[in-house]
Design a protein around this ligand. Structure first.
Ligand code: BGC
Length: 745
């Protein structure tokens, strides 16, 4: 009886269910393709709602459409961890207690791993943190090319080579976006210095633009399928990067077919008409009028707010561009906040700390290891002296927008102490005082690093400590304060500040087992290079800095990082400085614009060093190991190829030492003769090979004709010219182990 009643009731209710089902509007219907939902949502929006979608409503958030259940869009820096919350309308801290994160190593370190799998791990982990914190868009990664070692933001980017940066950015994006969080690749494009960053007008030839400055962005769009891109502050062809006809409409959305959103850099918009027509989709601002001052009804004054609405209402502009912007923004919503299959993410998980450590360990570069000073032999060392401010300074606070509030950060000194335990005594001396402050945007490191002793006193103490130790580890470098690897200011010199060179030289006199650990995101000059046996490039490593550094120093981890940029001997060995327009030439027309001509063209980084035959201090791609590798002879599967035909190169690599290790095998292409000037060689392949002691592996690279081509600016297309080429296999750009010639018919 009960069963009959149940069936009867169900039958009666069926039409109501069916009706309820039919009523799910297309824009909310998960089973419908995204583009159909976008069109349906678009058709339901008022003009005011559409315009509102195109600009911020707070420092890091833009509105959704509340009445339709389309969620708000929340942005976060990026790119090394999830930035703490600031107030709705201010840069001050919001004072949340649940917004501490894991700091991952800086992107320079990631690039130094030369391992796309590690980039995927990075993206996945930081994406999970962003997702847990309910973010829609992660403002990163950055792939501006390392043009000058003075650029204050090089630490946030992936080095000097477009191929390497392209290969590393793609998996980072994929990892982030797996979480239903958009990556926002920045700063597109030609943002290669911080000095005059809002007023620099870059003048660069098309070859350098297409061959050097754009390929990593193109890979991010076409291979990484990034859902967002951030326009840059600087100008190109007299238009700001955030509303630039050439970069955004012609290249990004035209040539590359980008279907995501272009987000402005904060305060990077300057003109409503250009913002409407030149490819910008979402405007965000640094101050409440989007530019430089506080204002009432703040966000209504944005260039894409009331001024836009007014132009439409007055009939001065149509809604074609607006609909295109809104379509992209809705697409972003469906890819992120409105994706019902979006995972939940995680914050400060053990796995995230472990990933941060692993990335750091793989990215640390052993630059020099004379007399095999490293790894530290703990069975013999009784006393280890650690000297230098960077051994104790928290590096996750500072540097500008990438500054973080971390759950914890292990300093190098604490990491070394933890690892050494009671196997040896670890003593510390400051050596010099650099930047004792530790605050950014109200986040305080909580450290009191004030020290009023004179440089002479600090030096005397350091030398005395060094004399008595078995090993001396100097940990110095830059520190993310203004002019020391920091947003909005370039460095003032290639050399180290605060008298560090003198301290290092004195330590080298005091103890032959000196190890210099350089913390920076940039090359530095090393006048003491011949006196210091061991030099380690340790980047900004984030939460697990101490553990990663300690494991490399004592040899738990065999270093396998390679430099993603050249260390020049001096600025005169850098094209941007040698050919002399840095930081640019102010115009005398009252416009505040500073022209910056990239006179070196395509000859950036090792391409310049090769051309000038200038021996770098440390080359692009350089990095030593605690074991040794033997390269076999490279062979090609063909002597001649036709256009479009691939060619494969093979060689063996053997670990000839007695511990396991990894070697990054690099493939460079050299065009023997061409109608336009070409670099001596260009990176077109790399592989990180893990080898047990005595193990040998075969390594193969298959390249296509695209790896042989250059951008012909006359024809505006990529051209591979028939003729002779050579493939060079190297352990760095200057350590070429084997070559093979071939011909393109
Ligand atoms: C920086 C961006 C950053 C944004 C938001 C700007 O000043 O250039 O990289 O994402 O601020 O903090």
């Amino acid at each position: 009886m009960k069963l009959i009643k149940y069936i009867a009731c169900s039958l009666l209710l069926l039409p109501a269910f069916a009706q309820a089902q039919q009523e799910v509007p297309v824009y909310l219907d998960n089973s419908k393709p995204i583009e159909e939902r976008v069109e349906d949502a678009l058709s339901r929006l008022t003009l005011e709602e559409k315009v509102a979608l195109t600009h911020a409503q707070s420092k890091f958030c833009s509105p959704g459409v509340a009445r339709l259940g389309i969620p708000e869009f929340w942005m976060t820096d990026g790119p090394h961890g999830i930035r703490p919350e600031v107030l709705w309308d201010e840069w001050e801290q919001a004072g949340w207690t649940n917004d501490s994160c894991v700091a991952f190593p800086a992107l320079t370190c990631l690039a130094a791993t030369w391992n796309p799998q590690i980039a995927l791990l990075y993206g996945k982990n930081i994406g999970e943190e962003a997702r847990y914190r309910n973010k829609t868009v992660l403002l990163g990664p950055g792939v501006n090319i390392y043009r000058s070692p003075l650029n204050g933001r090089n630490f946030e980017y992936m080095g000097e080579d477009p191929y390497l940066a392209g290969k590393m950015v793609v998996p980072y994006i994929q990892g982030v976006q797996q979480n239903g969080v958009a990556a926002c690749v920045k700063h597109y494009a030609l943002n290669n210095q911080e000095v005059n960053r809002h007023t620099t007008n870059v003048i660069v030839d098309d070859r350098a633009l297409y061959e050097i400055y754009l390929p990593a962005f193109k890979a991010a769009v076409q291979e990484g399928k990034t859902w967002a891109i951030m326009g840059s502050y600087n100008l190109y062809k007299d238009q700001h990067g955030c509303h630039n006809q050439y970069l955004l409409n012609d290249i990004l959305k035209g040539e590359w077919g980008f279907d995501g959103v272009v987000v402005s850099d904060w305060g990077g918009v300057h003109n409503t008409q250009e913002a409407i027509t030149n490819g910008l989709d979402m405007e965000f601002g640094s101050w409440t009028n989007g530019l430089s001052n506080g204002a009432s009804n703040a966000y209504d004054n944005y260039y894409l707010a009331n001024p836009y609405l007014q132009l439409i209402r007055e009939g001065k502009v149509g809604t074609k561009e607006l609909d295109d912007k809104v379509r992209r923004i809705l697409r972003l919503a469906y890819r992120t906040n409105m994706d019902r299959n979006r995972p939940y993410g995680a914050l400060c998980s053990e796995a995230h700390f472990a990933a941060a450590r692993q990335i750091g360990e793989e990215g640390i570069v052993l630059l020099q290891n004379n007399n095999n000073v490293l790894p530290i032999d703990l069975s013999r060392a009784k006393k280890i002296a650690v000297i230098g401010e960077n051994a104790i300074k928290m590096m996750t606070v500072g540097g500008g927008s990438s500054s973080l509030k971390v759950k914890y950060e292990l300093s190098p000194l604490d990491g070394i102490r933890k690892r050494v335990g009671d196997q040896a005594e670890v003593v510390y001396a400051r050596g010099y005082v650099g930047d004792p402050s530790g605050e950014y945007n109200g986040v305080k490191s909580g450290q009191d690093l004030e020290d009023n002793r004179s440089p002479e006193e600090l030096l005397a103490e350091a030398v005395a400590v060094a004399r008595e130790a078995d090993y001396v580890i100097f940990i110095g470098g830059l520190n993310k304060s203004a002019h020391q690897d920091c947003e909005d200011a370039d460095r003032k010199e290639l050399g180290l500040s605060y008298g560090q060179d003198q301290v290092i030289e004195a330590l080298a006199q005091a103890n032959k087992n000196l190890i210099m650990v350089n913390i920076s995101g940039n090359a530095i000059s090393m006048p003491w290079v011949k006196e210091v046996p061991a030099i380690v490039q340790a980047w900004y490593l984030g939460s697990e800095a101490g553990s990663a550094i300690a494991s490399v120093l004592v040899g738990d981890v065999n270093p396998s990082g390679k430099l993603p940029f050249t260390f020049p001997v001096s600025l005169q060995d850098v094209g941007a400085h040698k050919l002399g327009e840095y930081p640019g030439t102010p115009r005398n027309d009252g416009s505040h614009i500073v022209d910056q001509k990239y006179n070196e063209g395509i000859f950036v980084g090792y391409r310049w060093a090769d051309k000038q035959k200038a021996k770098p201090l440390f080359s692009f791609g350089h990095g030593l190991s605690y074991t040794t590798f033997e390269y076999g002879k490279v062979t090609a599967d063909k002597k001649t190829i036709a256009p479009g035909e691939p060619i494969t190169f093979t060689l063996t690599v053997k670990n000839t030492g007695n511990r396991e290790g990894a070697e990054v095998v690099q493939l460079y292409i050299s065009d023997k003769k061409s109608s336009l000037p070409r670099p001596v060689k260009e990176l077109k392949g790399f592989q990180k090979v893990y080898l047990q002691p005595g193990e040998e592996k075969q390594v193969s690279f298959t390249i296509g004709t695209d790896a042989l081509s250059f951008f012909d600016d006359g024809k505006h297309e990529w051209v591979a010219e028939p003729g002779q080429f050579e493939t060079l296999i190297g352990a760095s750009a200057t350590d070429i182990r084997s070559k093979v010639a071939f011909e393109l018919k």
